[in-house]
Design a protein around this ligand. Sequence first.
Ligand SMILES: NC(=O)c1ccc[n+]([C@@H]2O[C@H](COP(=O)([O-])OP(=O)(O)OC[C@H]3O[C@@H](n4cnc5c(N)ncnc54)[C@H](OP(=O)(O)O)[C@@H]3O)[C@@H](O)[C@H]2O)c1
Length: 288
Amino acid sequence: MTKPLILVTGKDGQLGFELMQLSEQFNNQFNFLFVGRNELDLSNSDAIASFIKQHQPQYIVNCAAYTAVDKAETEQELAYAINATAPAVMAKVCAEMGCKLIHISTDYVFDGEKQQSYLPTDAIHPLNVYGSSKAAGEKLVAENSNDAVIIRTSWVYSSHGKNFVKAMLKLMSDRPEINVVADQIGCPTYAADLAEAIMKIICSNVVSTSTKIYHYSNTGNISWFQFAQAIQEIGEKDCKVNPIPSTAYPTPAKRSNYSVMDTSDIEKDFGVEIKDWKKSLEKCIHLL
Ligand SMILES: NC(=O)c1ccc[n+]([C@@H]2O[C@H](COP(=O)([O-])OP(=O)(O)OC[C@H]3O[C@@H](n4cnc5c(N)ncnc54)[C@H](OP(=O)(O)O)[C@@H]3O)[C@@H](O)[C@H]2O)c1
């Protein structure tokens, strides 16, 4: 019997890379097709539809996204093309073909005003173009599909790609002291853990009758400053980490000061395990 095919976009990004690493453990159950920008440019809607129809996957995991949060403020059209139009096309073609879409979204859809763990059903209010484009993607996926799984995640890092952990380790090696924002609270997510959660969802064979939004991050309720302190401690760096307010580190895109997400739905519906943020950070830093 032919094995179901899982098409994964964004193979060169953090999550796509971690899924590729993990796929080796699932090769007896599934065929995988990993694509990057060169194989499938998500700014080209026609190409997306014909690529999916040509390969006929049973699952699509959309890890690709326009993730340059500050640059998105001046590249709105491109951000919307990748983060909203592309997933909408995927959802539409998936619905036509009976293929299941797992789409990744972000905590940036929230404004942080709640100051308590966000539920997937809480009202959204993005503060910047990136968040708005991802919110538009969620809406279009839900409108075009009846059984997609949308996973919002936050503060993603990996041993691969560009992220806060690697940037901090480099800065801590180069400088005697650094300043890190201490008034934005959230949850880090090790992309390898999210990749495991995605494979757990696929393997669960849970039949969805509607498109549903889930939250996934590691445990935790920490500031970027506390995250940096842990990176310094685990990475054994001789560097002083100073807390600063967000006002001392202005960025083109406005950021929320609170984005902790409630993960109980993904645990309940799919038996996904939420791992301890510090243990996962240790794993990643030891790999580096
Ligand atoms: N990183 C975070 O902190 C974070 C937080 C919350 C949610 N998320 C979401 O989590 C998901 C995975 O994020 P990530 O951290 O793995 O992102 P990432 O490392 O930035 O990877 C995104 C990938 O998307 C690809 N991409 C961008 N434009 C494309 C296009 N036109 N055609 C094809 N591919 C394109 C990029 O390709 P190139 O390598 O060629 O540029 C890149 O490999 C995304 O949906 C993101 O919005 C991320």
